[in-house]
Design a protein around this ligand. Structure first.
Ligand SMILES: Nc1ncnc2c1ncn2[C@@H]1O[C@H](COP(=O)(O)OP(=O)(O)O)[C@@H](O)[C@H]1O
Ligand SMILES: [Mg+2]
Length: 362
């Protein structure tokens, strides 16, 4: 049926607040993938975390209204186990394109499963995915690579529970106001607050600890929000920069998913020295976490100085998302980008296989 074409599983949906974005990304990829070379096989994951077979997915895709950004999906409850028929269907594909954002998609768990199944996949491996998801680990590696990031402290839930005044004192001493409080492992701005007075710090920490046992408190940076796309494995290249101009005080959950008004400028015109610096830093951030395939690196631009905010290993991938638009601006079409990413995934897989010793070499 598929002939010589590679069967490409496209994974999407899932329990994150970016469920809808992921559905739209997958529809874009399914629609624009080069059908002469690839045969896409969609695997949807419901808001509850149930993985669907390709047949169930096709059905769900027909019934899900697109662009209907719903309130936050529940983060509570157990993850339903993967059913054998889903694993069986996944085992028949040649390569996987994971487009599930956030926990259980972007954090190395899916990537670990694919490693165990011996399947090539697009994008960051297990460690880079996990580090990219954990803002504390990510920032530690950025620092080690000499990349400037906002000053921060990491607070564990047990520390907050045992000695709230000590935590507040360390935020006062090291960070000051205004500051940002964020769960370490989440994304989509969920659980993030900007704190402008000391009475607001404790409630912001309480809220962030609802989502994670580890929370960052970061110095607020007053700057423009600039994003750069990176593509490649051993020799990654950076796109021209783009800018996010939120219509709210910061790029919070409402600005991202519930309200219109935020502008994405892709590409944005900046002085060439700043563009070069951003490109170098984006590639350095990509290398710092040992990323592969793709990532979007987000900055604050303070005057002429870029400060790295974060890296996203599965950036929004709808045809109008920042990542594909930046490559479009660099002359790589959405279709060509999909092809290159699949090829990079296959290349990385071949490399890993080559590294293994066969028993008679030992
Ligand atoms: N230190 C900071 N200074 C200023 N704004 C910040 C800071 N940290 C986060 N923000 C704002 O909050 C948004 C979400 O924070 P971010 O760290 O990117 O988390 P997420 O992974 O949820 O996108 C950013 O896009 C920015 O608008
Ligand atoms: Mg962000």
């Amino acid at each position: 049926m598929g002939g010589d074409r590679l069967r490409v599983a496209v994974l999407f949906g899932g329990r994150s607040a970016e469920h809808e974005v992921s559905v739209v990304s997958a529809q874009g990829v399914l629609r624009h993938m080069d059908r002469e070379r690839f045969l896409p096989v969609p695997f949807g994951v419901t808001r509850e975390g149930t993985w669907l077979t390709p047949e169930e997915t096709e059905q769900a895709l027909r019934s899900v209204p697109l662009n209907s950004y719903l309130p936050l999906p529940s983060l509570e409850g157990n993850v339903p186990p993967l059913r054998p028929q889903v694993l069986g269907a996944l085992a028949t594909v040649d390569v996987v394109f994971p487009l599930i954002h956030g926990p259980h998609g972007e954090d190395g768990t899916v990537q670990g499963m694919l490693e165990l199944m011996g399947l090539p996949y697009v994008g960051a491996g297990v460690a880079a995915s996990a580090v990219g998801m954990d803002k504390a680990l990510m920032k530690a590696l950025f620092r080690r690579a000499g990349l400037p990031t906002a000053e921060f402290v990491v607070v564990a839930r047990h520390e907050w529970e045992r000695d709230r005044p000590a935590v507040e004192a360390s935020v006062r001493d090291v960070i000051g106001l205004p500051c940002f409080v964020k769960p370490a492992n989440l994304g989509s701005s969920v659980g993030i607050a900007k704190v402008k007075e000391w009475t607001a710090l404790a409630p912001a920490l309480d809220e962030a600890f609802r989502y994670d046992r580890k929370v960052l408190v970061e110095k607020a940076i007053a700057g423009r929000e600039i994003e750069v796309a990176v593509l490649g494995n051993d020799d990654p290249v950076a796109s021209p920069p783009g800018e996010v101009v939120p219509h709210r005080e910061f790029y919070d959950y409402r600005a991202k998913y519930l309200e219109e008004g935020t502008r994405l400028v892709a590409p944005v015109a900046l002085p060439s020295t700043i563009e070069r610096r951003l490109a170098e830093m984006a590639v350095a951030a990509f290398r710092a976490i040992d990323c592969a395939g793709m990532a979007r690196v987000d900055f604050f631009l303070v005057g002429e100085e870029p400060i790295v905010n974060e890296i996203n290993t599965i950036p929004g991938f709808t045809p109008i998302s920042m990542y594909p638009r930046l490559w479009e601006a660099a002359g790589i079409s959405y279709r060509e980008l999909i092809t290159q990413l699949i090829e990079l995934g296959l290349e990385r897989h071949r490399e890993k296989q080559g590294r293994l010793f066969s028993p008679d070499q030992c």
